[in-house]
Write a protein that binds this ligand. Structure first.
Ligand code: NAD
Length: 433
């Protein structure tokens, strides 16, 4: 099958086919390039995965507490809606850009398909350093952003969730704004809400729990003992802190933790509960007395068995991949490993459980929340945790067998499984008009 692109693509800041070499979108496109030879008859259709279905850029103006005005740029990208409504988080961060949100939306398409959830892929973000704004200002940013993207979101269209620097409170503001604008009571427009606004038990910790569940199963398959395993964690927010606490509670030793400002190390194992309490109280891990402060780069050379990158994309390049001592990488973050680092890990026999599987616990419980909201019938935390483990471990097993069959790393195997599902849905729908 020949696909004609007419006129030929021209790189520009606003072109979907732009390929800047160092962006998350370039990483995503490279991952699609790597999977395409394994897609058989579906391969020519992979072009559809290289283009988000829809991208919205919005101006988010607010009045500041001092009476001045500020403008922020916001985005919502729906990468694919072939398998269901869009689903993906909203990020507040100074590095948010159209390309970053495109990549994060693309990874949501792959993740939701790899786990077999009935969602497409979407993501949103506002380019802002939230630490510089008051809670009231962040509420105004959230409400205006939600109003601006309101034309394309909804419980049956596109459902938001927390991501970096957003939380249950931000989701409550988003839901309330959507409801005020539509006159509906649409709990299903966001997930990760507060429990008494239709949120789900277990959602807050679901991503970190998923990393832990996937990690335990992979260690079992690799014959790595959990008791005493040395774990290093980059990013100590919602994902990293929960994963670290669960590993420590299960008998592993969390030897190093890094956040945006500091890195702490203790060869005998950090007291993760105390570290989390400090981080909650101060908003950072710097100054923690139960460990030694080390340099940011030294983090990557720490003696460890398991490494959990749970901060931002692009953290591990080839140079860092060569230094990392771990035998297993559990990707809590989205897109933390660059393609050339994947090659280094493969050559060194280091197993990477990719983001699209490893951090899928969050979207899986978001799916449960969405289902519970529609049914207005809520499950117990035990039911949620059991169903979470079953769904993600079934997905891991399926991808693991695909990786063995095709002799591929887990990431490419997960992309094979996911891309096949997305492209089959695409074919079955047919091309409109
Ligand atoms: P968060 O805002 O709760 O925490 C982010 C953490 O990363 C903080 O500790 C911050 O200090 C640290 N950090 C930021 N930049 C850093 C840097 N350059 N170096 C070291 N540390 C840095 O965010 P989160 O929700 O935990 O998300 C972390 C990652 O997990 C992101 O890639 C996100 O997309 C992904 N993720 C989150 C969820 C979710 O449910 N929250 C689900 C799936 C994937």
């Amino acid at each position: 099958m020949n696909i004609t692109i007419d006129p030929p693509p021209v790189a520009s800041a606003l072109s979907f086919v732009q390929r800047s070499t160092s962006s998350a979108w370039a990483t995503y496109l490279s991952q699609i390039d790597r999977v395409t030879p394994y897609l058989g008859k579906l391969a020519p259709l992979a072009e559809t995965l290289r283009r988000p279905k829809r991208a919205l850029i919005v101006d988010v103006p607010i009045e500041r507490d001092d009476g001045s005005f500020a403008h922020f740029e916001g985005y919502r990208v729906q990468h694919s809606l072939s398998r269901g409504p869009g689903k993906g988080g909203v990020r507040f961060h100074p590095n948010v850009s159209l390309e970053e949100v495109m990549a994060l939306a693309g990874w949501m398409t792959i993740k939701n398909a790899a786990i077999n959830l009935p969602f497409g892929g979407a993501k949103g973000g506002v380019r802002i350093e939230p630490r510089l704004y008051s809670k009231k200002e962040l509420e105004r940013v959230t409400r205006r952003y939600t109003s601006e993207i309101g034309v394309i979101i909804g419980p049956q269209q596109d459902i938001a969730a927390p991501d970096v620097n957003t939380d249950a409170q931000v989701m409550a503001w988003m839901m309330d704004t959507y409801d005020m604008n539509t006159g509906l009571a649409s709990t299903g427009v966001v997930t990760g809400k507060p429990i008494h606004l239709g949120g789900s038990l277990g959602r807050k910790k679901a991503t970190g729990r998923g990393v832990f569940v996937m990690g335990c199963e992979t260690m079992r398959r690799l014959g790595m003992p959990l008791e005493g395993a040395r774990v290093a964690v980059q990013g100590f927010g919602n994902v990293g802190s929960v994963a670290a606490e669960l590993f420590a509670a299960a008998g592993a030793k969390v030897v190093a933790v890094q956040d945006v400002d500091a890195t702490v190390f203790n060869a005998s194992g950090l007291d993760v509960v105390a570290l989390a309490a400090d981080a909650r109280a101060q908003g950072e891990i710097a100054g923690f007395s139960g460990g030694e402060a080390i340099t940011r780069e030294a983090f990557w050379e720490v003696g460890c068995d398991v490494l959990i990158p749970a901060a931002m994309e692009g953290a591990i390049d080839a140079a860092r991949a060569k230094k990392i001592a771990a035998r297993l990488i559990l990707e809590g973050a989205n897109g933390p490993t660059l393609p050339e680092a994947d090659d280094v890990f493969a050559a060194r026999g280091i197993v990477v459980v990719p983001d699209v599987l490893c951090n899928a616990g969050g979207v899986t419980v978001s799916y449960f929340e969405w289902v519970q909201d529609f049914a207005s019938f809520f499950w117990t935390e035990e039911q949620i945790n059991a169903r979470l483990a079953k769904i993600i471990l079934d997905a891991l097993d399926h991808v693991w067998r695909k990786a063995e069959e095709l002799k591929l790393p887990l990431r490419t195997a997960a992309f094979v499984v996911a891309c096949e599902r997305v492209l089959i849905a695409h074919v079955e729908r047919g091309l409109y008009p």
